[in-house]
Design a binder for this molecule. Structure first.
Ligand code: SIN
Length: 283
């Protein structure tokens, strides 16, 4: 078994993990240790991993099995790998708003893996926010109000035929596959229980949560806005400065993230996979 060294960031989430070489098949013990570190710290950063896409797929499988990313054209011959790319002359980045990956699906991914191939000399950081800490910090009246409530999630904002990415496709370096399938609605509890830690998690995000079931438009928009802002307050965050060849694995059930687009004139290229998840359960 590898001897993992785990150094927490000291912020609300995140740890750097060394002492493991992902260019070789993972033993069951190493896969379990990596998964446990990702669950415990919510996002882990593994620097200096000179892996291939075969390695990335193998790590994804070891963490629980690959799954697809709807509405984004995958790599040829690798239907479950997407290239997160912004060319030097592109204006629009991918993921530049707070979100939990694919929260509009009945069973969103448990983990996301993102490996950096090319990083701008400055900028292009990613931020994560801890949704267990965000829930715990809510006042008791809000906790009581949201306990029985459900949010309605859809991918329509970014991915519908007339959605955001369809409108800016010519300023983007990735091929998005807009579709009105994205308008399909999926309800999830506003407060879910983490299936492994038992923690209560706030489960709303500004990209995919459209409204609160049973509330009129105004009341829904007001509560949603308050929860979405609270969920990503600075005190719950960590901001990563990438280096090339770093693999990041986040617990998608317990986090939101945001890719900062502040590097005009430079190229940034990453490869992303998702690990199968489970249906979120009400707390
Ligand atoms: C994403 O998966 O949302 C992109 C994250 C990033 O490129 O930093």
């Amino acid at each position: 078994m590898s001897q993992l060294t785990i150094e927490p960031t000291g912020a609300a989430l995140g740890a750097f993990v060394t002492g493991i070489d992902l260019t070789h098949p993972l033993s069951a013990a190493d896969a379990a240790a990596l998964r446990a570190a990702a669950v415990a710290h919510k996002v882990i950063f593994l620097p200096d991993q000179h892996i291939t896409l075969d390695d990335l797929e193998r790590v994804t499988d070891a963490l629980g099995g690959r799954t697809t990313t709807p509405f984004v054209k995958p790599l040829d011959g690798r239907p479950m790998v997407i290239r997160v790319l912004k060319e030097a002359d592109a204006k629009i980045g991918f993921g530049e708003a707070w979100h939990t990956d694919l929260s509009y699906l009945p069973a969103p991914p448990a983990f996301t893996c993102l490996w950096s191939s090319e990083i701008p000399p400055k900028g292009g950081d990613t931020m994560w926010s801890n949704q267990a800490a965000a829930y715990a910090a809510l006042d008791e009246a809000t906790k009581a109000e949201i306990a029985p409530l459900y949010g309605v999630h859809t991918a329509g904002g970014p991915y519908a035929a007339g959605g955001y990415y369809a409108q800016v496709q010519d300023q983007l370096s990735m091929t998005i596959l807009p579709s009105d399938e994205a308008l399909k609605e999926q309800r999830h509890p506003l407060v879910v229980t983490h299936p492994e830690t038992g923690e209560k998690l706030l489960f709303v995000n500004q990209t995919y949560t459209r409204r609160i079931e049973g509330y009129d438009d105004e009341r829904s928009a007001r509560l949603l806005r308050r929860l979405c802002l609270h969920a990503v307050e600075e005190r719950f965050r960590y901001r990563l400065q990438w280096r090339p060849h770093m693999l990041t694995i986040w617990d998608n059930r317990a986090t939101q993230h945001f890719a900062i687009n502040d590097y005009p004139g430079f190229r940034r290229e990453m490869f992303r996979t998702s690990v199968k998840g489970e249906v979120p359960q009400a707390a």
